[in-house]
Design a protein around this ligand. Sequence first.
Ligand code: C2O
Ligand code: CU
Length: 500
Amino acid sequence: GIVAGCGRTASTDQTAVLLPSATPLPERFTVPFAVPPVKRPIAREAGLTTYDIVQRTAWAEILPGLSTEIMGYDGLLPGPTIRARRGERVRITHRNRLTVPTVVHLHGGHTPADSDGYPIDLVLPEIEGGAHHGGLHTDETGVITKGSRTYDYPNDQPAATLWYHDHRMDFTGPQVWRGLAGLHLITDEVEEALDLPGGDRDIPLMIMDRSFGADGSLRYPALDPELADPPGVYGDYVAGVLGDVILVNGRPWPELEVDAVRYRFRIVNASNARRYRLALDPPPPSGPSFVQIGSDGGLLDAPVGHDTIQLAAAERFDVVVDFGAYPVGTAITVTNALGVGSTDAVLRFRVVRAARETSRVPARLAEIEPLVPAPGATVREWRFSRGGAGGPAHWVINGLAFDPSRMDARPRLGEVEIWRFQTDLHHPVHVHLSPFQVRRRGNRGPGEWDRGWKDTIDLAPLETAEVAIRFDDHAGRFLLHCHNLEHEDMMMMSAFETVR
Ligand code: C2O
Ligand code: CU
């Protein structure tokens, strides 16, 4: 394993460091499973749905018997789920009742630049005197609002599992860790025509690792002494912060009771830095454990079976699991081969009753237009590596630390380009605005988990990958960055401007 800065690591496959909890961990698979509530709109007119979300602190019982102060959308961890149809415009006013500036980004959203959550477009706290301005980075083009900001999401993209989260420059890691993340699901006619498992058999699994102090508080190492717990050790954690408690939809290692039929799970890795390799124990007596039907950007063209699924921070896998393959009474653990000790499992299913099967997984799912670069298409190289020792830029892209006023590329709207990523260590590379298609890894074709429309690709140490990408519309400033949030905060981010 590669560990920067410190000798503690949680597995052989993490470019990150474990921050252990200071409280005894609960027994696993004892807490009941929960699904985040779906947000109710305040108004619904033809083609436009309006929501109001309050970002605030709240107390939550995450570990049984302890109270944890979180920063949550509507005071929830995860935040409320937004459900939209393709083409339905969604307008969300976010009120910042926290004590820190925030920025909201819809991850995977095909969103105009002014609503995409540029990391210096800060929403300052509405609470007078509560503003915590340490390390405020702005340039003359950052659009700063006080108290609230209204974001517009056109949702003009295929059915997909998206998520929204904080994106404040230099402070995304601590603010997401404390709870600022939620789901945003888009559906469309293509998906609805498929008879996939639906209703309460279409279940999100938002997975995140966290660590807790003896009093139940969320621990996170930070430069800022006001936020740091433990103080003074941030240097160890620029590699990424790993927790030893695995939360699914905000519950530690929950157990979900299921019928002996097919379920759809939308797996979202909302961890700061942890990657998982998931499997079912026991595996089904026949057939694959997971039938993948979708990835980051929506449905695949055809289902594909996997016995394991590996996902890095921000990646999504939409899968169907057939519990009909198991006898009623079976307990099935979702294991994590990349974790050790408490992190070697994520949740448990218990098959509690037989039921009538109403769903199927058809052989064809969605039409996927192949992105074919024209001869002479623009090729861009992006090298992700460690930065200069000791400076604030611990991680860089093409040797440069993030500068929100510097545009590192100007891709032309409507043109298919080839982007090449190259790494020194593990980095999950994410591009805003449009998903891409993986063409190759090294000198081979796409990897086992690279199918479909991706917006985040996990690269191993010293790996190269080539993707095809096209930005169809929305001229403006967008981002490319590592989604290990500590790497992102430590400058591994690049801005580009799409141009007509
Ligand atoms: Cu999930 Cu730029 O972010
Ligand atoms: Cu990284």
